[in-house]
Design a protein around this ligand. Structure first.
Ligand SMILES: Nc1ncnc2c1ncn2[C@@H]1O[C@H](COP(=O)(O)OP(=O)(O)O)[C@@H](O)[C@H]1O
Ligand SMILES: [Mg+2]
Length: 151
């Protein structure tokens, strides 16, 4: 599909946010600047609005690897694995620790080899138009038949 603008991305982020349950995983693929962090910021801010809690900054976890956001029903862990170099190093983070049932949103997830039952993969890419993005969606488990009608 085509994401036509920032507003359209925001709408799309909300649709994903509305359907999230723990321990879902959202994998965000695509080059620098395609909108992975912007998508995540929209999603987190939407959940904060929904719970009437203060909107926070949602920064890119490029250097920290992880930022966490607490909600009433779940925690959201926002990872950016850009700086990691091996599968082993990635495993050591314990992202899919059995005791951790948080929701994960992961930028640069190429080195993740774990089998995750309920996940959605979003592959963003640049388009010729500046504010437009191409997006491929692939769902597994609970997300297998995920469709957005109003796009
Ligand atoms: N339709 C769009 N979708 C996503 N980002 C867009 C769009 N149009 C413009 N942008 C801009 O592109 C940039 C995306 O940056 P960012 O979200 O940090 O990307 P990434 O995390 O993939 O590196 C932001 O400055 C954002 O405002
Ligand atoms: Mg980013």
């Amino acid at each position: 599909m085509i994401i036509k603008s920032l507003e359209h991305l925001n709408f799309f982020s909300k649709k994903i946010a509305e359907n999230l349950l723990k321990p879902d995983c959202v994998l965000l693929f695509g080059e620098i600047g395609v909108g992975k962090t912007t998508f995540t910021r929209n999603l987190i801010n939407y959940l904060q609005k929904r719970e009437n809690i203060k909107l926070t900054e949602v920064l890119s976890p490029t250097f920290n690897l992880l930022y966490e956001y607490e909600f009433s029903a779940f925690k959201v862990m926002h990872y950016d694995l850009y700086r990691l170099k091996s599968v082993k190093e990635t495993r050591q983070l314990g992202i899919f620790n059995e005791k951790d049932s948080s929701i994960k949103i992961i930028e640069w997830p190429e080195l993740i080899k774990d089998n995750v039952a309920d996940k959605i993969e979003l592959k963003f890419s640049h388009s010729k138009k500046k504010d437009e993005r191409n997006l491929e969606i692939k769902g597994y488990g609970r997300w297998k038949n995920f469709k957005i009608d109003e796009l």
